[in-house]
Structure formats: structure tokens, C-alpha cells
Ligand binder design. Structure first.
Ligand code: NAD
Length: 477
């Protein structure tokens, strides 16, 4: 276990909680078992303890850290020079990445945790799970909170998985990934980092790396198959605007580009040569590659046990109480849930992990709460002063209506033939379906606007024309 004991104040090891857990030959019985040790698990444990004060809970996690907040890893964590487990939040407060319990949950209510351990089998008939090292645990109530795993580097191109490139090609999802990338970027030998993937993670990391890379003069490249960053989610003009802003901040943006091969550079064995097909074929020399091409919900365990898996969105199908079968719940990134305003969905939001984890935990302890929450997410592109929050559906396949505070480009910036250089200072993109608002993305808007947008989506009210959308939430003056 790599976590120092002082970092585990709220957890007992499984051995301490259940006698000699690892040596026990017969199944250990635990009332509440949670598979997965992320935000969802942490939130569920608190809800269980609020309802059932003396509950004995076991978290089984394949990570080497107890539950922690992943969201700062692509954002705030990069502006701190502190030890690897803390970050400075937007209020300037130093916080730990590792979660602690809320005050309602007493210090004495420690749950137990088994780290670096994977569950290989779920046996619904016998209400038990089995770990990869053969430990059998019987449960009364089980939560599947296995989240998602980063698509492997080979999913971009098999050559990226070559052993020779191993230390310089990585995915990015965990504290250990952060530590590895931080080390690479700070290594004086690293002069270039190429991020593959133009989604949230790619865009946020490009901004965060650019900030620290300035110190070391590292070139950051952001490469992706779409014409612009976040292209699958936002309208083209906004994606073009982000391209312009990222390029102005010194990120080398390579849209419409895919990797078709990778090898150790013939000139420098510390470097990688990528074959890239873009508008033309080219090769790119880089010292490190970060693959940020989305996640895969970890639903195989549930599927193998006979639970229904969503064939469209992936994830374990749960009912309104987040139950997949009798006594078995799923929540967070891995759950495909029913959203009464927007239909069946699976979302990968921290906010959703927090609230669905809480509802699942409450229901595991005898509650009957329904999950009816429109979770939000936020994206911080700090190097380019872009901050947005979003709720509901975002897809560039939906009809969108933008309501903007625009700052006119200067004459110099508006050269013919260049990108649209309107400056979107603040505003809202409304996502529409059958004249109904189904989603909103708020750029640099005041905090209250998000709650208003959430209510508009939940109320399913129809909006007759684009002009009425302008009235829904006033823009800041
Ligand atoms: P994503 O799905 O948002 O974006 C994936 C990107 O990779 C897209 O540009 C896609 O076209 C590209 N891609 C896919 N396959 C590719 C291939 N073979 N070659 C090249 N490019 C390819 O996923 P992400 O950005 O990796 O984020 C991972 C997870 O982390 C998600 O769950 C995301 O929600 C979460 N996250 C969220 C935030 C936030 O909300 N601010 C920030 C970081 C990460």
C-alpha cells in the first residue's frame, strides 16, 4: 500500500475490520459491500452511515489510494508545487485530493477498505463476490461503483503500446498518472508533449500543461480527429473560437489529425516519432504522448453476472432507485439510469457520482429515494480564461441557439481568411429538441444561471422561438 497510514484516518484495513481477512478460508460476511473506490463509493459510504450508524461497510478498490477527487488532476493540481495529494481550490484554500467524511458522520464510523484489489466475480444467487486473489465476501447489499477506465493507448494506434515507448506514452485518469506526467513534463530532457484527444481531458490538460510548461519551455501539441476541440459537444463557431484561443496561448493545435504509426525516433532514442495523417501525411517528433480519448464504463463484471447492460450507452441498467437487481445497486459513471426529463442516460460527471452515490447508499440502508437529478459539469481552460458549466444534453448533433455577450474583434484580429475571431465573453448555448430545451452550456456566466438552466430543462417547457430563449436567463451586463 503506497498511501501513508496517516492518509487513511477514516478507513480500517480489511484485516483490521474483519479479523485476518486475507487469510480467512471461509467467506467473510459484510452487510454493505462497495465495488470501486471513487467519488461514488465515498458518497455512498457517508449516506449509509448517516442512516445506519453502526454499519459495517467494505470498499474494494483496484486503486492504490482511498477515494479521492479526480477533477483537480487535469485542472488546479497543476498550479500547485505541493505534495502530490493536495491542490489549491478556486477560493485559494489548500485541500487534500483525498476525501474526508462530513461532520454528520462521526469519526468513529470508519469504513474498511481493501486497496489494490480487483473483484473478478459477482455471484447474484449466493449474494457474494470473489476477488482476483480468491477472497469470497458475502453481502446483504452491494453497490457497483466501478466507474470507467481510460481507453488504452493502443486504441489510438497499436504501435503506441510498444514496450519501447512504454515510459513516454500514457493515459491519464489517476493520481499515479498525474505523478508520472508531472515528472515527465518537469524533466529537462522533455521538450515536447503531444496530447491525443480533443475532449475535456485533452483541452484541459493542454491548458494546464501550457501553464507549467512555460517554465520549462515545453511545446504542447493538442491533436484530434475532429475539426476543433470539444467539437462533438459545442457548435462549430465556438470550437473554432477555442482553437484560436488555444493557439494564441501557445498550444500547437492539430485538428483533423490521426496517428497512423509510432516508433522510437531514429535520431533520438528518448523521443518518439509519430506518423500523422492530417491534411497531408507528416511525421511529428515528440518526447511524450498523452492519450485522452475517453473512458469505457467498467460494466463487464455486472454483465458476466447476468445483469442487463445498456447496449447504446454502455453501463449497468438501473431503475429509478438505482437498483440493478434485488439488493444490488449501481451508481456513478457505470450506471445507465432513467432520467425523467431526458430519457435513459449514462453520464460521466463528478456531480452525478456524488448525488447518485448518495441516493444509492441511502437506498442500500433501507431508503426509497428516486434519482431525479440533473447533474452538471464544468470545464476550466485556465490558460485561455474560458470557464464553462453545462447541464442536460450537449451534442453538436442537436439544434443549438447561442445567446452571447460579444466583444468585437479588433481590426488587426479580423484579417480575412482567418478564424472567426468574435470574442465570446459570456453567454449560453441552448440545446433544443422538438422546441424544448434539453441542455445548456454556460460560458463565463454567474453561478445562479446554472440552477435556472437546470430548472428550465426539468420543467420540459416548450420554447416557441429563438427570441424567447434570449429572455430565459439574462446575460451579465
Ligand atoms: P471525451 O470523450 O470527452 O473526448 C475524447 C476525445 O478523443 C474526442 O476528441 C475523440 O474524438 C478523441 N478520440 C477518440 N478516439 C480517438 C482515436 N482513436 N484517436 C484520436 N482521437 C480519438 O473523453 P476525455 O476527454 O478523454 O475525458 C475522459 C473522461 O474524463 C470523461 O469521462 C470526461 O467526462 C472526464 N473529464 C471531464 C472533465 C470535465 O468535465 N471538465 C475534464 C476532464 C475529464
Amino acid at each position: 500500500n503506497v498511501v501513508p497510514k496517516k492518509e487513511l484516518p477514516q478507513y480500517l484495513t480489511a484485516d483490521a475490520a474483519f479479523g485476518n481477512f486475507s487469510e480467512a478460508s471461509s467467506p467473510v460476511c459484510v452487510p454493505y459491500v462497495i465495488i470501486g473506490g471513487g467519488t461514488t463509493a465515498w458518497s455512498a459510504v457517508q449516506a449509509i452511515h448517516e442512516k445506519d450508524k453502526s454499519a459495517s461497510v467494505l470498499i474494494i478498490s483496484d486503486e492504490s489510494y482511498p477515494p479521492y477527487n479526480r477533477t483537480p488532476l487535469s485542472k488546479e493540481r497543476w498550479s500547485s508545487d505541493d505534495d502530490n495529494l493536495s491542490f489549491v481550490d478556486f477560493m485559494g484554500r489548500k485541500r487534500s485530493l483525498l476525501y474526508s467524511y462530513s461532520k454528520q458522520v462521526g469519526e468513529h464510523q470508519r469504513s474498511s477498505i481493501l486497496l489494490n484489489s480487483r473483484v473478478k466475480k459477482l455471484d447474484l444467487e449466493n449474494s457474494s463476490i470473489e476477488t482476483e486473489d480468491g477472497k469470497v465476501v458475502e453481502y446483504q447489499s452491494l453497490l457497483i461503483a466501478t466507474g470507467g477506465k481510460a481507453h488504452p493507448v493502443e486504441s489510438v494506434h497499436q504501435d503506441l503500446g510498444n514496450d519501447a515507448l512504454q515510459n513516454r506514452v500514457m493515459s491519464f485518469r489517476t493520481i499515479d498518472d498525474f505523478i508520472a506526467l508531472d515528472k515527465l513534463v518537469r524533466d529537462p530532457k522533455t521538450k515536447n508533449v503531444c496530447i491525443v484527444g480533443g475532449g475535456f481531458l485533452g483541452a484541459e490538460l493542454a491548458c494546464s500543461l501550457k501553464r507549467i510548461a512555460k517554465l520549462n519551455d515545453v511545446q504542447v501539441t493538442l491533436m484530434f480527429p475532429e475539426p476543433g476541440p470539444l467539437f462533438k459537444l459545442i457548435p462549430r463557431y465556438l470550437s473554432e473560437f477555442l482553437t484560436y484561443k488555444l493557439a494564441s496561448a501557445g498550444v500547437k493545435v492539430m485538428p483533423s489529425s490521426i496517428v497512423t504509426g509510432a516508433r522510437e525516433s531514429p535520431e533520438n532514442s528518448d523521443s518518439i516519432e509519430l506518423d500523422v495523417v492530417s491534411f497531408t501525411k507528416k511525421s511529428l517528433q515528440t518526447d511524450a504522448v498523452v492519450v485522452a480519448v475517453g473512458i469505457q464504463p467498467q460494466d463487464k463484471l455486472a454483465e458476466d453476472a447476468g445483469l442487463e447492460v445498456d447496449q447504446i450507452n454502455g453501463g449497468v441498467v438501473v431503475n429509478a432507485e438505482l437498483q440493478a437487481a434485488n439488493g444490488v445497486f449501481a451508481a456513478g459513471d457505470v450506471a445507465s439510469f432513467w432520467d425523467s426529463a431526458l430519457g435513459r442516460r449514462r453520464v460521466e460527471h463528478w456531480d452525478h457520482a456524488l448525488v447518485s452515490g448518495r441516493i444509492a447508499g441511502d437506498n442500500m440502508a433501507g431508503g426509497k429515494s428516486m434519482y431525479g437529478f440533473q447533474s452538471m459539469y464544468w470545464c476550466d481552460l485556465s490558460a485561455i480564461d474560458v470557464h464553462f458549466e453545462a447541464v442536460g444534453l450537449q451534442s453538436s448533433k442537436l439544434e443549438t441557439v447561442g445567446v452571447w455577450n460579444l466583444k468585437e474583434p479588433s481590426r488587426f484580429e479580423n484579417r480575412p481568411g482567418s478564424f472567426s475571431r468574435n470574442k465570446y465573453e459570456s453567454g449560453i448555448v441552448w440545446y433544443m429538441k422538438d422546441q424544448r430545451v434539453v441542455g445548456a452550456l454556460l460560458l463565463n456566466m454567474p453561478r445562479e444561471a446554472l440552477q435556472e438552466a437546470r430548472q428550465i430543462i426539468e420543467s420540459k417547457t416548450s420554447v416557441p422561438d429563438d427570441e424567447s430563449l434570449k429572455e430565459l436567463i439574462p446575460l451579465p451586463k
